[in-house]
Design a protein around this ligand. Structure first.
Ligand SMILES: NC(=O)C1=CN([C@@H]2O[C@H](COP(=O)(O)OP(=O)(O)OC[C@H]3O[C@@H](n4cnc5c(N)ncnc54)[C@H](O)[C@@H]3O)[C@@H](O)[C@H]2O)C=CC1
Ligand SMILES: O=C(O)C(=O)COP(=O)(O)O
Length: 524
């Protein structure tokens, strides 16, 4: 049973996929009301109100996934979640149309003074001359940030007869041409636009993007809209531009602090506001909640999630293809880590045969996670493996080769440690399973499964019997045994899989057998 804390207002209908599953228990409470049970939740489902801080994560010790029913994840400490191996997912396109429509509604309201006129009429006034507006047709609209929402705003603006100028450093010429907009520098957009709307995420680069310096570059009489994130337009910097009439009006759906409280901007008649309503439509809420609920369900069923912030995107199709290699790589990593129980500087992974054509980034992450697991006390998985490797000074790299050693596919891992290098090779054979086909220079064939025992010895008659005797004396049953040697009478290895783990005393006894050079337990 998985427990899911839903701490913000999420569409009830959207939660249906989770409610239908007997494996899921949904608890709808604010974080502050769930203090005593925070450590029990496997998943956390939020919108923008819940602040998922490092402190909260430290209390949610069982948390595996955070679902954001919406786009912006600036309320989530993604780095802290990643460090803890917690997957963060969002619903990137479920509310695009609603946010674009809200932006457009704000634009129309702004230039036609609808909120102000509405209040006036409700106050029993009839003052038509006070609310003369301007048309949108023929005006120049500047869009900063041309992703999903920015481009939907552009389509609507063009339908209204506006000319659209875009600033987005990541926008290609082809996409701009396709959507009938022109690409500009930020300064050009600031200088030529009658109305400017921002649609970027809030990042170090975009925080205060429209601050004092850039506001001074705008046209006198410009209108500004922020339906993206509070802080992209610097709220304090706006005040003098509103006071001196340089900015004709501002529409804000989002604020640096939400709710904004007694904010000085709220005193300006030409500042119109909504309480972060961009995604607040029945349709958007159903979309985002359903998307996130389905992803969480997939995740707990061990299937791939497609919209993770801290994992490479993986479609079901791709996952189906890589999944066998993903498990093989993890086991190879675990074996290599235990075998090389010394400090390690570098892992080098080579893919050959059919596996080389797949999405190997994910397979390598899995291998890294397997490698780090025996070395790290905290949770390590595909989410935080690369980060932990970096912290520990372990570099890793992928190579591709044609050398399959006669198998249809082959993953080869070489671990470079202090004065020692170890190579292990594995293959996944359909309808047969995972096999380790090469171990530290020996050709061998064993299944990387369960309680393994590695013995390096001299190739002498009777070695198998001696090992069998010691294990038998300690009531340890051998499930399978594989042997490999480089040349008759030379160095040889045995790989045994046992029905139960053995303790130090048994390992010691085995080490004492004449002609046995090394004994290692390997748990997979
Ligand atoms: N008010 C509301 O209720 C809602 C607000 N949002 C917010 O709207 C914003 C945009 O969302 P989407 O369009 O879905 O995101 P998106 O990721 O599709 O688009 C963001 C665009 O910003 C561009 N960008 C990034 N850094 C930039 C920079 N320094 N200068 C210029 N452009 C830059 C990116 O290249 C990308 O094209 C986000 O902040 C999101 O959180 C989204 C939904 C609802
Ligand atoms: O999706 C986004 O980025 C939004 O800003 C929507 O926020 P909300 O889910 O309405 O709190």
């Amino acid at each position: 049973m998985f427990r899911i804390l839903v701490s913000d207002a999420i569409s009830e209908e959207g939660l249906t996929p989770l409610r239908k599953s007997e494996q899921m228990e949904i608890v709808q409470k604010k974080v502050s009301e769930a203090e005593a049970e925070l450590h029990q939740f496997d998943a956390l489902l939020v919108r923008s109100a819940t602040k998922v801080t490092e402190e909260l994560l430290s209390k949610m010790t069982n948390l595996k996934i955070i679902g954001r029913a919406g786009v912006g994840v600036d309320n989530i400490d993604v780095e802290a979640a990643t460090k803890r191996g917690i997957v963060v997912i969002n619903a990137p396109n479920g509310n695009t149309i609603s946010a674009a429509e809200h932006t457009f509604a704000m634009m129309a309201a702004l230039v036609r003074h609808i909120p102000q006129a509405h209040i006036s009429v409700k106050s029993r006034e009839w003052n038509r001359s006070a609310f003369v507006g301007t048309e949108l047709q023929g005006k120049h609209l500047g869009i900063i940030g041309f992703g999903r929402i920015g481009s939907e705003v552009a389509k609507r603006a063009r339908a209204f007869g506006m000319t659209v100028h875009v600033y987005d450093p990541f926008l290609t010429k082809e996409r701009a041409e396709k959507l009938g907009v022109s690409i500009h520098t930020l300064d050009e957009v600031l200088a030529c636009s009658d109305i400017i709307t921002v649609h970027t995420p809030l990042t170090k680069e975009t925080k205060g993007l429209l601050g004092e310096k850039n506001l001074a570059k705008t046209k006198k009489g410009v209108y500004l809209i922020n339906c993206a994130r509070g802080g992209i337009i610097d709220e304090q910097a706006l005040i003098p531009f509103l006071q001196n009439g340089h900015v004709a009006g501002v529409a804000l759906d989002v604020f640096e602090q939400e709710p904004p409280g007694d904010h000085p901007l709220l005193k300006f008649d030409n500042v119109i506001v909504t309480p972060h309503l961009g995604a607040s439509t029945v349709e958007a809420q159903l979309n985002v909640a359903t998307q996130v609920a389905e992803e969480i369900l997939q995740f707990f069923e061990g299937k791939p999630v497609t919209s993770s912030i801290n994992l490479p995107a993986l479609s079901k199709d791709v996952y189906d293809k890589i999944q066998a290699f993903y498990h093989l790589a993890k086991k190879m990593g675990m074996i290599a880590s235990q075998y090389m129980n010394i400090p390690v500087q570098e892992l080098s992974v080579t893919y050959a045969g059919t596996v080389a054509d797949l999405e190997t980034t994910y397979i390598t992450r899995s291998l890294l996670a397997g490698f780090l697991r025996p070395r790290v006390a905290s949770t390590v998985n595909e989410v935080n493996a690369t980060m932990i490797a970096k912290e520990r000074g372990i570099t890793y790299g992928e190579k591709f080769s044609d050398e399959t050693h006669g198998y249809a596919n082959c993953i080869s891992l070489t671990v470079h440690g202090e004065n020692k290098t170890f190579t292990i090779k594995g293959s996944h054979i359909p309808n047969y399973g995972d096999r380790i086909v090469h171990f530290d220079g020996f050709a061998i064939d064993f299944a990387p499964e369960g309680h393994l025992l590695y013995i390096q010895h001299q190739d002498r008659p009777g070695m198998i019997g001696k090992v069998g005797n010691v294990l038998g004396e300690h009531q340890v049953n051998i499930a399978t045994m594989q042997v490999g040697r480089q040349e008759a009478g030379g160095k040889a290895i045995m790989l045994l899989s046992l029905d139960k783990p053995i303790d130090d005393a048994v390992t010691q006894k085995l080490t004492e057998i004449e002609d046995i050079d090394a004994v290692k337990r390997l748990e997979v």
